[in-house]
Structures are given as structure tokens and as C-alpha cells.
Design a binder for this molecule. Structure first.
Ligand code: SAM
Length: 282
């Protein structure tokens, strides 16, 4: 059923009612444009009956758009005032909706009332990458999602090896699946207007390339390689692998050029290094 979405007047009224001053610390920029909400929901490609997870529902702009599809939704919000108001807003504008609100820091959730299949969110910008990686680690039921993030972050998540912006978030994200950008979003659709540009990013979860233990080892190598991204791998990995000579040996047995830099490597290359390091430990 069609749901009335929140426009500038509704956002202003709700903010006044709750007496909230949006905080930068929590990345509180609320969407007050129904077209943007419908665009996000359409791009998210929610399938019938799919359990949806939203992080940071805020005043409910995107929440109502997701609920309009009829999908069962769990929304995780850290701000107690916003979390308390959300069911009331939804009760009024989408009374038949299936919404569960969880008042918690998304970086700390490890269980939810229902296993989420799809993530749809306008993420708090300062923690968007940690939130994505945390959710992908703890909720293997996730099959894909569509999120709005700061443009630079979105470009990084979707970057391929060799690109200027390819970095640790790109490799870690690629562990979980395929990522793609799905269009810019104007600053004007937010209240308050943020000082960064936004972009939509989609992902489809794939089969994990390795075990959980291998993932942890791979991510440690990725952090080391990009912590000193201008250095050759035999240097940047010398500390985690023991010495420059040990790093050279491991890289060679993994089939990776010791003089290459992290920015040239795929997630599969980093996994090969992790496996070579583990077998040289035995
Ligand atoms: N979804 C709403 C919209 O589109 O208008 C609000 C998006 S706003 C960019 C980010 C939201 O995330 C805010 O409601 C904020 O309170 C919430 N938030 C910030 N940090 C969070 C965290 N660690 N866990 C859960 N929610 C968080």
C-alpha cells in the first residue's frame, strides 16, 4: 500500500516535537525528499518476503519507503529519542507495517530478532565502513544491500586494484562479495545539508574465499600493506611476517612479486599470502 513519505514539513515537525538538534557526531542528516527515498528503495531491489535491516533509521524517512514495499524490517538506531519515536511515526503513517526497532549501536549488534537478508540504509558517515564490515562479519544471512555513504567512501568500496582510491576498505569489502556504485545523491535532499557529497553503493554477497581464520589473517596483512601503501610489500609486510627476508620468502611462495605494492593486489592475492604465511609457520 502507498505510504505517505516524509517531506521537509514532516521532518521539521518531528524534529521540533522531539526537540532534537541533529548531531554531527552521530552523522545525523535526515532525508526530506520522497523521490530520493523511492530511488534508494527501487535500487535496493527488495524481493518479496525478504527480511530487511536498516541501520540509523533516524526520523524514519527511508524506513517508511522500505515499509511501503511490504518487507518485514528491523531498524537499529543508537539515538534513544529517535528509536522511541520511530514506532509512533510508523504506526501513524504505515499502520500495517512489520517493523522492529532495536535501540543499539550497530557496531555492537551481534544478534537480531530475525536473520536479515538485505541491508538498506542511509549510513552514519563517520562509521559507514566499520558498520558495513561488522554487519557482514556477524550476519552471514545477508545476501546483499544498498547503502548511501559519503562519495569518497563509496568510490573506495567499489574500487578495483590499481585504482588511486583502492585501499583497505576495498579489499575487505571484496572479501564478502561484489560492490558497485549506483549514482550520486544531491546534498540538498538532507536536513541539515551536509558538507560532503553522497553516493549509493550496492553489494551482492558471494561465497567467502576462505575460512574465518583465514579472513582474520588476510585482513591483518591488508592493514599492514595499506598502512604503508607507498612501500613495497617485502617492506610493508616485514613486521607482520617477521622480517623483510621472511616476507620475501612468503610472497614468493604465494606467487606475489615482493616489490609490488598493496594497491596492485586482489583479495585473492592477499589470501594467498595469508595461506603461504600460515604454512611457513607450520
Ligand atoms: N535514515 C535516516 C534518513 O535517511 O533520514 C537517517 C540517516 S542519518 C545519515 C544516520 C542515522 O544513524 C542517524 O539517525 C543516527 O542517529 C544513526 N546512527 C549514528 N551512529 C549509529 C550507530 N553506531 N548505530 C546505529 N545508528 C547510528
Amino acid at each position: 500500500a502507498a505510504v505517505q513519505l516524509l517531506g521537509p514539513a514532516e521532518i521539521r515537525d518531528l524534529a521540533e516535537l522531539l526537540d532534537i538538534q541533529p548531531t554531527k557526531k552521530l552523522g545525523q542528516n535526515f532525508v526530506h525528499d520522497a523521490n530520493t527515498v523511492r530511488r534508494i528503495v527501487r535500487a535496493a531491489g527488495i524481493e518479496a518476503g525478504e527480511q530487511v535491516l536498516e541501520v540509523g533509521p533516524g526520523l524514519g524517512s527511508l524506513t517508511l519507503g522500505i515499509l511501503e514495499t511490504g518487507a518485514p524490517l528491523t531498524a537499529v538506531e543508537i539515538d534513544k529519542r529517535l528509536a522511541a519515536q520511530l514506532p509512533l511515526t510508523v504506526q501513524q503513517l504505515a499502520p500495517d507495517a512489520d517493523l522492529t526497532v532495536v535501540t543499539q549501536d550497530a557496531l555492537r549488534v551481534t544478534t537480531l530478532p530475525a536473520d536479515p537478508a538485505r541491508l538498506v540504509a542511509n549510513l552514519p558517515y563517520n562509521v559507514s565502513v566499520p558498520v558495513l564490515l561488522h554487519l557482514l562479519e556477524h550476519f552471514p544471512s545477508l545476501r546483499g544491500g544498498l547503502v548511501m555513504v559519503q562519495s569518497e567512501v563509496g568510490e573506495r568500496l567499489a574500487a578495483k586494484p590499481g585504482s588511486k582510491v583502492y585501499g583497505s576498505p576495498s579489499v575487505k569489502a571484496a572479501w564478502y562479495g561484489r560492490w558497485f556504485t549506483a549514482g550520486q545523491v544531491s546534498r540538498q535532499v538532507f536536513w541539515p545539508v551536509p558538507n560532503v557529497d553522497s553516493i549509493l553503493v550496492g553489494f551482492e554477497v558471494g561465497e567467502a574465499p576462505g575460512t574465518e581464520e583465514e579472513r582474520v589473517r588476510t585482513f591483518a596483512l591488508v592493514d599492514a600493506a595499506f598502512g604503508q601503501r607507498r612501500k613495497m610489500l617485502r617492506q610493508s609486510l616485514s613486521e607482520v611476517l617477521g622480517s623483510s627476508a621472511a616476507a620475501t620468502g612468503v610472497l614468493e611462495s604465494a606467487g606475489v612479486d615482493p616489490t609490488a605494492r598493496g594497491e596492485a593486489l586482489t583479495v585473492a592475492d592477499f589470501l594467498s599470502i595469508a595461506r603461504a604465511a600460515a604454512s611457513s609457520d607450520d
